[in-house]
Design a protein around this ligand. Structure first.
Ligand code: ADE
Ligand code: ZN
Ligand code: ZN
Length: 264
């Protein structure tokens, strides 16, 4: 009996441990897509409907994670994040991004945006690039997607969440959001109350600002994780406002980007 128990435990671990999701979880991405839907102008809405048919930004937002195990899409694996050294100032990050030609979430948001603007881009590619754009704007607003290379954006930083062993990255991808016990539409409705001024400011922020905001937030989370790795109610209380703000900013900024691409 003991042996069977051990074996099933080993099997459970084998199945469970290698699974390390690399994005806001399903909920986070859908919330960003759902918020964005409500900030689109009429022309953009129409153009997006031509590409997605009866689907929605929310329902297409996780495509980039769904295809991760397909070898023909392996080239997309490093599109989800960007890493930086520590202690960089905003001007330093801006300077770096200006010259950046590597493959990362920032350069690829720019790439798919410009491909979506082109009339000549074929419909099936437009569908793929739109799916990618919705996903990556979400990822860029998850602080740990702008983390440090040496620990894979927090994937190698062990923490416990209500006694469950996990890592800092997936806590921010998924567990903090799931803890709120809301569906993606309930969540989007709960947070989707930006002021007119916030919408205006967020949508006119340069994308380097999006990057820097996540970078600064990630730095705080790293520092906190050096002192304490056992998290529960207090951690939720301390950080849920940040989670909500990042999801909201992600959605509002995604809509701004889409309005720029399709709306005129
Ligand atoms: N996911 C996988 N590797 C990562 C990294 N280096 N930074 C952020 N997210 C990641
Ligand atoms: Zn991702
Ligand atoms: Zn992630």
């Amino acid at each position: 009996m003991k042996n069977i128990l051990k074996k099933s435990l080993a099997l459970a671990l084998l199945i469970y441990v290698p699974f390390n999701s690399m994005a806001w979880g399903m909920l986070g991405h859908r919330i960003v897509g759902q918020v964005a839907e409500t900030h689109l102008n009429a022309k953009t809405r129409k153009e997006i409907a031509k590409i997605l048919g009866s689907s929605s930004l929310a329902m297409e937002a996780n495509w980039m994670d769904f295809i991760k195990s397909d070898p023909s899409f392996r080239y997309l694996n490093n599109w989800h994040y960007i890493n930086f050294a520590q202690n960089l100032s905003y001007p330093q990050v801006q300077e770096y991004l200006k010259k950046d030609t590597t493959t990362n979430v920032y350069t690829k948001i720019n790439f798919v945006s410009s491909e979506l603007k082109k009339k000549a881009t074929p419909p099936e590619l437009k569908l793929m690039y739109l799916r990618i754009l919705v996903h990556l704007v979400g990822d860029l607003h998850q602080p740990m997607h702008v983390g440090r290379a040496e620990d894979q954006g927090g994937n190698e930083i062990r923490v416990t969440w209500f006694n469950k062993q996990m890592n800092l990255h997936s806590l921010w991808d998924s567990d903090l959001i799931e803890f709120q016990q809301l569906s993606y539409t309930e969540y989007a409705n709960a947070i989707n109350h930006p002021s007119k001024q916030q919408v205006k400011t967020w949508q006119s922020d340069d994308m380097s600002k999006w990057v820097f905001e996540s970078y600064v937030l990630a730095d705080e989370l790293y520092k906190e994780a050096e002192k304490n790795q056992k998290y529960s109610f207090r951690y939720n209380f301390d950080h849920i406002k940040t989670v909500d703000q990042q999801l909201l900013k992600g959605g509002v900024r995604l809509a701004g980007l889409l309005n720029n691409i399709f709306g005129s």
